[in-house]
Design a protein around this ligand. Structure first.
Ligand code: ATP
Ligand code: MG
Length: 566
């Protein structure tokens, strides 16, 4: 992978504090957590990580790094039916790729199932939890609405003994799914609906990818999450804003259990234009075959972005740039693209590729002659040196670099017009050869032998510079041009996201011609194809015999333009 930024590079800007850093620094000053900082990233292993998760990882990991603290990776694997070890593996690989380091602190909620159960008995013993025999529908109905209070369950006043007995029998597997639940006894009239006797355990006779058939009761999110944080000694439990309404419950559980109690802090989740950020909806796209998989280069997943050619450092830079706030907003996806371009501009070799080839024959160039032309690899990085590219009598140029009847402002080739071939010679077009149907199949040109390197003794100037590839030396390749997966800037708003899929999100070009060195590109190697954009060799399909390149981004930096105007 062409990611050259070391993994210990800062994940968060050290320049100005975000609001969470302000909280941490105040805590460190007051000695609230004995000056410890301990964060975590708690994904549910029910899908691949996406760019939104990257924000959360960079934030949590960055805080630990900035304050010399610790960072845990914890799988919130409390829902056996949607989770899978495939996701457990991919999440670790992607988080590591991004630069996260949890050292030896890889945890699973399922490791705490026994302790969580002990805590649940504790709540029962304290008279703060009860077994409810109502079914799901009754529970929902009796919860009330935002305007009306809920109704107490007829089972709410069971004795501690009866509750304990029933809970143990739930655990022992005596009851079928849905027959009973364990609920916290809080307040059925609480204005915050989440406090109306929330569920703690439900019965689910399901096989778990780690605990097998050991359990048939599984903890609910709110119960599990706080106890996990507590058991791991987390100090600042950072989560997204939608959990703000859950905080009173997080606090209630830990207060009533009288255990170590981290502080939950909410921040605004990342939303990106033209991008879907829900694992559930992304899974559906995969299952229904709208994309080739979780790592389809159009997916906002880390594996998709990586395959597309994004580097971990560009994604980290993006997460740093967008910052951390408490107000929801939508970030323009062009900023993400801009961050990639900015990096690639400094690191990517400029190479020549012709995506829609038209043959040029230089009639006054000796047959069989080959010159090796020295080409600068990257004007932004002198140290990257030069490479030799073969030039010969027959070349490919881009088909749309020739017009039979060019308008005045068209500075490329036309009958009688002269252009510069990048790094090589001036050529003038003498004739366009057509087939029987009138299609142009070849241009016949003459070159000026004194113009090598791009200037002439008479100081004659030309405006157009074209890239080219030698016909006998060029490499055939497939090039995949990507656009946004969705045509709607807010695909998440659509009832059915398949109605806003962009039909042109992938254009496959075969028979493209690349300069010879690109035949040796390794998966993930990135280049600037001059005048076309940044491209990366596909990690799945590219071979030396048949290179396949993905366009990561085009060269047009609309974001930079927007910034200039402001
Ligand atoms: P999704 O809605 O995509 O399924 P999720 O929140 O259910 O996401 P989790 O696996 O529960 O996914 O998320 C792990 C962590 O990543 C959580 O702390 C969550 O807050 C955070 N996270 C998820 N999506 C985003 C996002 N778009 N921006 C920032 N953080 C996010
Ligand atoms: Mg979730």
């Amino acid at each position: 992978m062409s990611d050259t930024i070391p993994n210990d590079a800062p994940l968060q800007s050290v320049e100005s504090n975000n609001f969470i850093e302000t909280i941490i620094e105040a805590d460190n000053k007051s000695g609230r957590w004995d000056s410890r900082v301990h964060t975590r990233f708690p994904p549910e292993p029910n899908g691949y990580l996406h760019i939104g998760h990257a924000k959360s990882i960079c934030l949590n990991m960055g805080l630990a790094r900035k304050y010399g603290g610790k960072f845990n990776l914890r799988f919130d694997d409390t829902n056996p039916t949607t989770e899978d070890t495939e996701y457990v593996d991919s999440i670790q690989a992607d988080a590591r790729w991004l630069g996260a380091d949890w050292e030896d602190r890889l945890f699973f909620a399922s490791d705490y199932f026994e302790q969580m159960y002990v805590y649940a008995e504790d709540l029962v013993n304290k008279g703060l939890a009860y077994v409810d025999d109502q079914n799901g529908e009754e529970i929902r109905e009796n919860r009330g609405t935002v305007k009306t209070p809920g109704v107490n369950s007829p089972f709410r006043d069971r004795s501690v003994e009866e509750n304990l007995d029933l809970l143990r029998r739930m655990r022992a597997g005596e009851f079928p799914d849905g027959a009973k639940v364990l609920r916290a006894k809080i307040d059925m009239a609480a204005p915050n609906m989440l406090l109306r006797d929330p569920l703690i355990y439900r019965i689910r006779h399901a096989h778990h990818h780690r605990t097998g058939d050991q359990w048939c009761i599984y903890p609910m999110y709110d119960w599990a999450h706080g106890t996990e944080d507590s058991l791991e000694g987390i100090t600042h439990s950072v989560c997204t804003l939608e959990f703000e309404v859950h905080r009173p419950l997080y606090d209630w559980f830990l207060d009533k259990l009288e255990v170590y109690h981290p502080q939950q802090i909410e921040f605004a989740r990342l939303n990106l234009t033209y991008t879907l950020m829900s694992k559930r909806k992304l899974l559906k796209l995969v299952q229904d075959g709208h994309v080739s998989g979780w790592d389809d280069p159009r997916m906002p997943t880390l594996s998709g972005l990586r395959r597309r050619g994004y580097t971990a450092s560009a994604i980290r830079g993006f997460c740093d740039r967008i910052g951390v706030a408490r107000r929801d907003s939508v970030v323009d996806v062009q900023l993400l693209e801009h961050c990639l371009r900015e990096e690639m501009n400094l690191t990517a070799r400029r190479v020549m590729a012709v995506l829609d080839p038209l043959k040029v024959v230089i009639t006054n160039y000796p047959e069989g002659q080959v010159e090796n032309i020295e080409c600068q690899n990257n004007p932004e990085n002198e140290a990257d040196g030069t490479r030799m590219v073969p030039f010969s009598r027959e070349l490919w140029i881009e088909r749309d670099d020739f017009l039979e009847d060019p308008p005045r402002k068209f500075f490329r080739l036309g009958p009688g017009r002269e252009v510069r071939l990048k790094h090589a010679y001036y050529v003038t077009c003498d004739e366009a050869v057509k087939d029987d149907d009138g299609n142009i199949v070849e241009l016949r040109c003459t070159y000026d032998p004194d113009s090598r390197g791009g200037s002439t003794p008479d100081g004659r100037r030309v405006k157009g510079t074209l890239q080219w590839v030698s016909v006998t030396h060029g490499v055939d390749a497939e090039v995949r041009l990507y656009d946004h997966l969705f045509s709607d800037p807010n695909p998440g708003d659509a009832e059915d996201v398949t109605t806003v899929l962009n039909p042109d999100s992938l254009v496959v070009k075969t028979g493209c011609k690349l300069e010879p060195e690109l035949g040796a590109a390794k998966p993930g190697d990135s280049f600037q194809f001059m005048r076309h954009g940044y491209f990366s060799a596909d990690s799945e399909d590219s071979t030396p015999e048949r290179p396949v390149f993905n366009r990561t981004v085009s060269l047009k930096d609309s974001w930079a333009k927007i910034q200039q105007k402001d």
